[in-house]
Design a protein around this ligand. Structure first.
Ligand SMILES: Nc1ncnc2c1ncn2[C@@H]1O[C@H](COP(=O)(O)OP(=O)(O)O)[C@@H](O)[C@H]1O
Ligand SMILES: O=C(O)[C@@H](O)C(=O)COP(=O)(O)O
Length: 415
């Protein structure tokens, strides 16, 4: 069994569907479950945390608890899923969590790459490219919580971890799995974190074949899918896990992501004249009053297409909010408001929740007390529907994923 610790919930569903596509049986749990509550016989168990932006010691503690549960369940390999845009700060949390996992599994090196060509994340000479732009020049430089202003993976990692990191260049990866294996064997004496370049699925497949026996690997959905393929031949075809029909219950779209793609998706909803309500933290910094306002607005809507409740703003306008209230506090206010709204909407009969943003989705999952779910159809690459343990359908959309019409189509009456 492969045990995955994901540092946010959208990342968890992304990595789960990457494994599931290759035919592996995959369960997703939100928060660390009791080992006794985990379905037996799974090939992959994904534990979704909300640890990307919390203080590093808390992220380490939660990740170790998840890892120990996965070990109890029989995980042969641990996979730490971080974001394909390496979302983190100089304090963490990718480095501190990996340092702790290295100690736990008693390994000396971790092969790791955020490359995920299916999401147009590639690496070359140890630099990360997002949609063909350097990470530091991409829209990620304006992320509200983890602005990424450097593209060098070794520099980013060295700032937040112990043990040093090195690049395994494309000239090695391009020679195939044996070349990667032998390079890993020599490089592991020099540094703890090894970043192989990967620009294509073939590169990732070579890397995956070289790391199948490693006790700990880390990266994004690209490496996960490649590891799944490398195991895949041994496994049966996808099972009853895949629900045949897209969900059709009463829907809501809740967006807190300020990522460029989400802003486009919101524009698309507004252009389609979907009812929309914006949460304005400058108008009120009290989550309860923001939530009450949103729910009163919802209650007054005539029957019609699924509405949108959002706090998302483009960078300049968002900075005004953050300057007035503080980065953490504004996020806290808006995430708490979304949590209260999600609860209120469930009481009103909503069963289909489309959430945009990793932190935002994490608040929603916690507020609704969702503990686990089954991976269903992909509404977009890396964005599967999840049928939760309580019978809700949730689409947890990473800020930057999905076509421009995703929020619109996922919330259609017969979607
Ligand atoms: N108008 C706003 N002002 C300040 N912060 C905001 C605003 N809208 C959303 N946020 C915060 O920005 C963060 C966006 O992160 P997240 O939900 O993970 O989206 P993404 O998936 O794009 O990273 C959340 O913590 C959210 O509460
Ligand atoms: O790897 C990725 O890009 C995603 O799986 C992911 O982690 C997304 O995070 P958010 O953009 O914060 O949703």
């Amino acid at each position: 069994m492969i045990g995955v610790i994901a540092d946010d919930v959208t990342g968890a569903t992304d990595v789960a569907v990457a494994f599931r596509r290759t035919g592996l049986r995959c369960g997703v749990y939100f928060g660390t479950p009791d080992a006794s509550g985990v379905e037996p016989g799974l090939d992959v168990v994904v534990i979704a945390l909300k640890s990307r932006t919390i203080p590093a010691p808390d992220a380490v503690k939660q990740s170790l608890a998840a890892a120990e549960t996965l070990q109890t369940l029989g995980a042969r390999q641990l996979f730490f899923k971080y974001c394909s845009t390496f979302d983190s700060t100089a304090e963490g949390n990718i480095g501190p969590v990996l340092d702790a996992l290295v100690e736990l599994v008693r390994t000396d090196a971790v092969v790791t790459t955020p490359a995920s060509p299916e999401h147009r994340r590639t690496t070359f000479n140890g630099h990360l490219f997002v949609n063909e732009e350097l990470l530091s020049e991409s829209s990620m430089r304006n992320h509200p919580l983890t602005p990424m202003r450097d593209s060098s993976l070794t520099r980013l990692m060295d700032a937040q971890s112990d043990g040093g990191s090195v690049v395994i260049g494309h000239e090695v990866v391009g020679r195939g799995p044996d070349a990667v294996s032998s390079h890993v064997e020599s490089a592991r004496h020099d540094a703890r974190y090894l970043f192989p370049d990967a620009a294509t699925e073939d590169d990732l497949f070579s890397i995956a074949q070289a790391v199948l026996e490693e006790p700990l690997v880390a990266g994004a959905a690209g490496l996960a899918g490649a590891i799944g393929r490398a195991h895949g031949s041994k496994s049966a075809a996808p099972r009853a896990y895949e629900r045949e029909n897209a969900p059709s219950g009463r829907a809501i779209v809740l967006a807190g992501s300020c990522s460029r793609r989400t802003l486009e998706q919101i524009d698309r909803m507004l252009s389609a004249l979907r009812p929309a309500h914006r949460l304005d933290a400058l108008g009120s910094d009290d989550p309860e009053s923001l939530a009450r306002g949103a729910l009163d607005w919802y209650d007054a809507l005539p029957a019609g297409p699924a509405p949108l409740i959002y706090s998302s703003l483009p960078p300049a306008e968002r900075r005004v909010v953050q300057d007035a209230l503080g980065v953490e506090r504004s996020a806290e206010i808006l995430e708490s408001a979304i949590a209260l709204i999600a609860r209120g909407l469930r009481e009103r009969g909503v069963t289909r929740f489309v959430a945009a943003g990793g932190e935002t989705s994490g608040s929603l999952v916690a507020a609704l007390g969702i503990r686990g779910g089954v991976v269903g159809l992909e509404a977009a690459r890396g964005v599967p529907w999840i049928r939760t343990d309580q019978g809700l359908d949730v689409l947890l959309k990473s800020g930057n994923f999905g076509e421009a019409d995703l929020l619109l189509t996922a919330s259609e009456r017969s979607a």
